[in-house]
Design a protein around this ligand. Structure first.
Ligand SMILES: Nc1ncnc2c1ncn2[C@@H]1O[C@H](COP(=O)(O)OP(=O)(O)O)[C@@H](O)[C@H]1O
Ligand SMILES: [Mg+2]
Length: 353
């Protein structure tokens, strides 16, 4: 089902923490809200679920505006960071809860719950209580409990944040598989950029109740619209620079940095003057000094990381850049070596300061 958010505002008392948000989410896709703590992710999810009232605007599930309907009439499935399972009900009864509340016949309830638990490898644990399960198992129970009612929309608020790294990857895969099988439109909340890149069809990077940028993972990573987004998604060198003349959208500009002159791509039109350059550490190549006409630098720090080496490089004017090299000979430079930094203009972005 398609979800449309139109000019949505949500307030606590009189303070609007979400104001004028609009977005369309394609049926069957995973749409992720990404942003730091306090930016309004949970508030937006809770407004869509019907747990906090909407101050203005519309929330469309298909053609239907649900913004003023009570939560139980919205047909949503929700998964929380802390699982929110009923502690004194068995796994089976936890999952059956929503079906029983909807007066589904007991035989069908048994069949659907049994099948759902089998699907996530919990068939033999149906009679346990949540306290007798691991964190990963509990979150799988919460996931099938949300999906077994066949909701129109699946809402997930940091569902992986309480799990350790290995479990997080496993449950992440389970979520992806079940979401695709059910073809269910999903809103996923995280503050973890790697999780957002891995799980999403589209990502909204949030900043203080607004969408700073909405796009595919590759668009957000490759063409961040601001230093805020560039910094939040992946590692980025963000460098102050100036351009002598205006640059049209998609054009190349010549930018002066403290460390020297570089060519940069402008995804959006920029006037002459101050700009910021966004340089991903893996997009900067290194050659021995004199081996090309790149910027001159000196290796100040070096971390060998197995599949790659991470360097900190000092340039003229006190400019310092992080550079990640992988592939053959990635660890060949030593602290103190002088090097030439080679930038691909297509991978050096100039954005508004
Ligand atoms: N129940 C509440 N009452 C008043 N203010 C709240 C309430 N819940 C959240 N807030 C405030 O709303 C803002 C957004 O919070 P939240 O949606 O929880 O952010 P996030 O999930 O991105 O961490 C924060 O400033 C927070 O302090
Ligand atoms: Mg939250």
């Amino acid at each position: 089902m398609r979800i449309g958010i139109e000019d949505l505002a949500v307030a606590y008392d009189a303070r609007r923490v979400i104001d004028g948000l609009s977005v369309a989410i394609e049926p069957g896709s995973v749409f992720t809200l990404l942003g730091p703590s306090g930016c309004g992710k949970t508030t937006l999810l809770r407004a869509i679920a019907g747990f906090v009232p909407v101050a203005a605007g519309r929330i469309l599930f298909g053609e239907r505006d649900v913004a003023r309907l009570p939560a139980h009439r919205r047909n949503i499935g929700m998964v929380f960071q802390d699982y929110a399972l009923f502690p004194d009900k068995t796994v089976f009864d936890n999952v059956a809860y929503g079906l029983r509340a909807r007066n589904v016949a007991e035989a069908e309830t048994r069949a659907r719950v049994g099948e759902a638990l089998e699907r996530v490898g919990l068939g033999t644990l149906a009679d346990r209580v949540p306290a007798a399960l691991s964190g990963g198992q509990r979150q799988r129970v919460a996931l099938v409990r949300a999906l077994v009612i066949r909701p129109d929309v699946l809402l997930m608020d940091e569902p992986l944040s309480n799990l350790d790294t290995k479990l997080r990857h496993q449950v992440r895969e389970t979520i992806g598989e079940l979401q695709r099988e059910a073809g269910i439109t999903t809103l996923f909340v995280t503050h973890d950029q790697e999780e957002a890149l891995a799980m999403s069809d589209r990502i909204a990077v949030m900043n203080a109740g607004r969408f700073e940028q909405v796009g595919t993972p590759a668009e957000i990573y490759r063409t961040p619209c601001s230093a805020y987004v560039a910094d939040f998604i992946g590692a980025a060198n963000i460098v102050d620079a100036t351009i002598a003349s205006a640059c049209e959208a998609g054009g190349l500009a010549t930018a002066e940095t403290r460390g020297g002159r570089v060519a940069a791509r402008c995804p959006r039109a920029l006037p002459a003057g101050a700009v910021r350059l966004v340089l991903r550490p893996e997009d900067i190549s290194l050659a021995p000094a004199g081996g090309g006409d790149g910027l001159a630098g000196r290796i100040a720090r070096r971390q060998y990381l197995g599949s790659r080496t991470s360097y900190a490089i000092e340039l003229a004017g006190g400019l310092r850049l992080s550079v990640d090299r992988s592939g053959e000979g990635h660890d060949r430079f030593a602290i103190g070596d002088t090097v030439a930094l080679l930038l691909d203009p297509a991978r050096c972005l100039a954005i508004a300061p």
